[in-house]
Design a protein around this ligand. Structure first.
Ligand SMILES: NC(=O)c1ccc[n+]([C@@H]2O[C@H](COP(=O)([O-])OP(=O)(O)OC[C@H]3O[C@@H](n4cnc5c(N)ncnc54)[C@H](OP(=O)(O)O)[C@@H]3O)[C@@H](O)[C@H]2O)c1
Length: 139
């Protein structure tokens, strides 16, 4: 599925730890998973950048924020760079996405579709942390 939406190279995280392969990257956008900022740093080039979006966390006190706070403490001390990312709701962005979808330039990946009355089931599925793409509720 990931290859079908344009990835050149895919790593199965259940078989290979991408932070221990020896490969170094200029930019890591960490969308999911539990790798610590220390682990991510290992896979960055000397001036590479980490963009943590959130992801799961073992942090006992403040959940995923725990990892962001650790990254904010660590990165000023090292040569690599950190950029924080927060998605914001924006009509302009949605219009741009609509144009890109209508032009066939991007294709949303829809995993499952639920009826409105099945919303609790849809949320339970999302909470497994293994939905592949979007979960849609039809109204
Ligand atoms: N910064 C922001 O503004 C912002 C906004 C929205 C969401 N987020 C964060 O972005 C993340 C993704 O959001 P989402 O709604 O797409 O979450 P999601 O539905 O929980 O993501 C599911 C996907 O994550 C993959 N995944 C789960 N564990 C993984 C791991 N250890 N390593 C690599 N991939 C793993 C799953 O693949 P498998 O089934 O193969 O495990 C599945 O494809 C969440 O952590 C969310 O908190 C941040």
């Amino acid at each position: 599925m990931v290859r079908s939406i344009g990835a050149d190279h895919v790593i199965d995280y259940t078989r290979e730890d991408p932070t221990r392969s020896g490969q170094r990257y200029d930019l890591l956008f960490q969308l999911a998973g539990t790798r610590s900022p220390w682990d991510c740093r290992r896979a960055l080039t000397p001036r590479g950048m980490l963009i943590p979006s959130s992801g799961e966390s073992d942090g006992r006190w403040i959940g995923p924020l725990d990892r962001l706070v650790k990254a904010m403490v660590l990165f000023p001390l090292v040569s690599q760079r950190l950029a924080l990312f927060e998605a914001k709701q924006s009509g302009d962005d949605l219009r741009l996405l609509q144009e890109l979808i209508e032009a066939g330039k991007i294709a949303p990946v829809i995993d499952r579709t639920y009826q409105l009355s099945e919303t609790p089931e849809a949320v339970r599925y999302l909470e497994t942390g293994h939905a592949r793409g979007k979960v849609v509720i039809t109204v």
